[in-house]
Design a protein around this ligand. Structure first.
Ligand code: PGA
Length: 225
């Protein structure tokens, strides 16, 4: 069976009570060996979710959905810095297409964020970045060897129209041809019913939005892979 990374991207969803209900479902469910399951809660829940996971030894990792680019070393109102994220997270999503499209995040900002993560690593502390791209072109200068890259075509995100396994297979192999040692995830309308279709490709996992919000639906995805 394949080793896979499966991310639950909650986006701007869930209160603390809702997060508790979701996590409660993992007291009686363990993903099979070889699955790395990462929850990406909003910043307000990073502390809570990571404490519940740690205290109860749940089979989950935690990631943040974004980090401050810290333009010119400034502290920025409303932003959250890498050091703060690092107290609670092992992973961080960078350049999600919703941030690019609706919040005008550009390549320059994303590359500053990638640099921050690389600098932190040079200091011996590691947070694994997951760079989100909607095309092969998005990979270019932002990537580093061995990086995790989430391929999420715009027309597939939140639409119920997932990319075909053939298209995903093609893009995954192109990305792997550009970035040595990359692990590539697919995201975009992945559901329990369609997740198996991608397993014959060279995919390394999935980033799941809508279908990760209901714990039973998400667990069904974990059971099906
Ligand atoms: P979706 O979102 O599964 O709801 O399409 C995926 C994502 O945006 O990461």
């Amino acid at each position: 069976m394949k080793n896979l990374i499966i991310g639950a991207n909650w986006k701007s969803n869930k209160t603390k009570n809702e997060a508790k209900e979701w996590l409660d479902r993992f007291y009686n469910f363990s993903p099979r060996e070889g699955l790395e399951v990462i929850v990406f809660p909003p910043f307000t829940l990073l502390d809570y979710v990571s404490s519940v996971i740690r205290v109860n030894d749940l089979p989950l990792k935690v990631g943040a959905q974004n980090l401050s680019s810290g333009v010119n070393g400034l502290s920025l109102t409303g932003e959250v810095a890498l050091e703060q994220i690092g107290e609670f997270s092992d992973y961080v999503l960078l350049g999600h297409s919703e941030r690019r499209k609706y919040l005008n995040e550009d390549e320059n900002q994303i590359s500053m964020k990638v640099e921050k993560v690389i600098d932190l690593e040079a200091q011996g502390k590691k947070i694994e970045p997951i760079l989100c791209v909607s095309s092969v072109q998005g990979v270019n200068s932002l990537t580093k060897q061995g990086m995790i890259i989430a391929y999420e075509p715009l027309e597939a995100i939140g639409t119920g129209n997932p990319a075909s396994p053939q298209d995903v297979a093609k893009i995954v192999s192109e990305i792997k041809g550009i970035v040595r040692g990359a692990r590539v995830l697919y995201g975009g309308s992945v559901k329990p019913e369609n997740v198996v279709d991608y397993l014959s490709t060279d995919i390394d996992g999935f980033l799941i939005g809508g279908a990760s919000l209901d714990p039973d639906e998400f667990i069904n995805i974990l059971k099906n892979v």
